[in-house]
Design a protein around this ligand. Sequence first.
Ligand code: BG6
Length: 467
Amino acid sequence: HTQPAPFPEGFLWGASTSGYQVEGGWDADGKGRSIVDARTQFPAGTTDYTVASDHYHHVDEDVALFAELGLKAYRFSVQWTRIVPDGDGAENPDGIAFYHRLIDGLLAHGITPVLTMYHFDLPQALAEKGGWGSRATIDAFVRFAEILYREFGAKVPYWLTINEQNMMVLFGGTLGIIDGPDNADVNVYQKNHHMLVAQARAMELLHRTVPTAKIGPAPNIAYVYAESCRPEDVLAADDFNAVRNWLYLDAAVHGRYNATAWAYLEAKGLTPTIEPGDLEVMAAAHPDFLAFNYYATHTAAAPLEGDDVPIEGGDQHISFGEPGYYRAVANPHLPKNAFGWEIDPIGFRMTFRAIYDRYHLPLLVTENGLGAFDVLEADGTVHDDYRIDYLRDHIAQIQQAISDGVDVLGYCPWSAIDLVSTHQGIAKRYGLVYVNRDDDDLKDLARYRKDSFAWYQKLIAGNALPD
Ligand code: BG6
């Protein structure tokens, strides 16, 4: 396309955060402990989440910044442990009040709230009772959903069920986010199955109780290329796509297990126990749209004989493979960011096409962004031209995807403000707004607009990429 289609009117230009990574106030006003709060081990030089960006105590200031930025949407997550501190017991009115305050603030500025129900932060009390290994957690999640719909259903038009369920399954052990230590031996695909049933019940419940609201899953979807046109490499990429991407979206959209992924689970002895009625519940639930997080594509090659440590590349997002199925390999055509993650804007367009061609549902990007070591200058500026380049290149590919015919609802880059990364501390920054703290020094937590803030503000105001 020489002349890409314009962004549709009402396109949801947004930005994204998650509760535990941004809020702090980890035990404030009756909040319970999540598995993230209970975590004691952090990689060297990184921080815990007790204070994070202290959004809990800066909420009005942060919403005012979002309004100044011109955001049309703000994607955030509620912490289950603020609402129901032990996961399945008494409600916490003060925790509920915090999210009313946030949502009311957004609405007062015309910003559409996009609410993630669950972003890695399972209540520790539930983890101690078996976490997602137990079917009781399905009921606890549905009850949590019921409370959320009762409280926020009339105010929140877009709902996301579970953030990156696929990353929880594939990397949750390493990141300490799948469950507590007590049930590490339970088949992760059993936990995955319980999450799929919980998600289906939550989708159905929203449609029944708040018919005006829309809901969808929010996995991390990344198209997998084959390293070459050698059929064995193409087959490996197909397997990787099935196990990483389609397993989750086929289940959410059609309520069934992807055949290739199921064959893989059978071969590995990892099939979950499916109770009578589960598949019917899953098939009866229908998302209204699909949200997805995108950072970069993967590249797969055929496995090597006797290959049991199929790792190549620098970080979790590429160092991944499955003996006998595929090897994840580095893509020599792509640059890498400071943390070894590949950067692939055209892969973003490919990912849009691949999802839309399979499911024909509107797509909402709930994360995409660049982690970097930003520098706060003495005059309070942050010159993150590398982030502007990243965002521009990816947004240009959204425009191409729209020109391809993909129905895109909006784009919420990660992250609205700096926050604590999943495993690399706050030194790894993603925000449009700088938060003045380090991993070992809380400083004054003041907010500073980065250069990317002004750039994104201009883009939103014009509903087009600035010249
Ligand atoms: C996604 C998560 O995996 O990527 C976020 O949904 C996370 O919670 C983001 O912060 C960036 O990853 P990281 O590891 O750099 O924090």
